[in-house]
Design a protein around this ligand. Structure first.
Ligand code: AMP
Length: 202
């Protein structure tokens, strides 16, 4: 009856260009890209009540408690611009958040309808990030630290990816290549699934 509204997630390892691709998808499909990390950072910067609560947690590199994160996401998804679809980046990150999102959407008679996974070889990403760290003189970004973040991502995200794969929602996209190449793979994959890009301005 109605056109398929894109209610999407994007997942991918640190360094795979997830944020850049999230912005590109959002633009192509006319939906907001919602990054919980960005929203938390903005709250910290503006010293809001939420920001003051989460600053120390974020500084320590820990997860913000599910209660706060879930509240934030339901507020954000309740805003008018997310009515016709959205792309979440950085959420859900725990199985509890997966359940919360399911029941939140179910309450509105909606469902998630695809999860884009950027897939990239771990060694290639490490090499890419190591080069960038050298170029930018980021000495804290040692190869060991980079590998550690990749391992944490794999460990924490694997159960979520399995859940979405079991539901038939996962779209695996090769994340290696130029920004444009990866973006066009994602566009094609989403279009094949029935999502319609908004008309381009040109
Ligand atoms: P990110 O930019 O996605 O890596 O997020 C930066 C920080 O925000 C994380 O290290 C967490 O402290 C917090 N954060 C972002 N998203 C979540 C989430 N879904 N659950 C818990 N904490 C989160």
């Amino acid at each position: 009856m109605t056109e398929l509204s894109p209610r999407l997630l994007i997942v991918g390892p640190p360094g795979a260009g997830k944020g850049t691709q999230a912005t590109a998808i959002a633009e192509s499909f006319g939906i907001p890209a919602i990054s919980t990390g960005d929203i938390f950072r903005a709250n910290v910067k503006n010293e809001t009540e939420l920001g003051l609560k989460v600053k120390a947690i974020m500084d320590a590199g820990d997860y913000v408690p599910d209660s706060l994160t879930n509240e934030l996401i339901s507020d954000r998804l309740g805003q008018a611009d997310a009515e016709a679809g959205f792309l979440l980046d950085g959420y859900p990150r725990t199985l509890h958040q997966v359940e919360f999102l399911d029941s939140y959407l179910e309450g509105k008679g909606e469902k998630l309808n695809a999860v884009v996974q950027l897939v990239a070889d771990r060694d290639e990403i490490v090499e890419r990030l190591r080069k960038r760290a050298l170029d930018q003189g980021r000495s804290d970004d040692t190869e060991e630290a980079i590998r550690h973040r990749q391992d944490v991502y794999l460990r924490e995200t694997a159960p979520l990816i399995d859940t979405y794969r079991d539901r038939g929602l996962l779209i695996e996209v090769d994340g290696l290549g130029t920004i444009g190449e990866v973006a066009s793979r994602i566009d094609t994959a989403l279009t094949d699934r029935g999502f319609r890009p908004v008309a381009s301005a040109s």
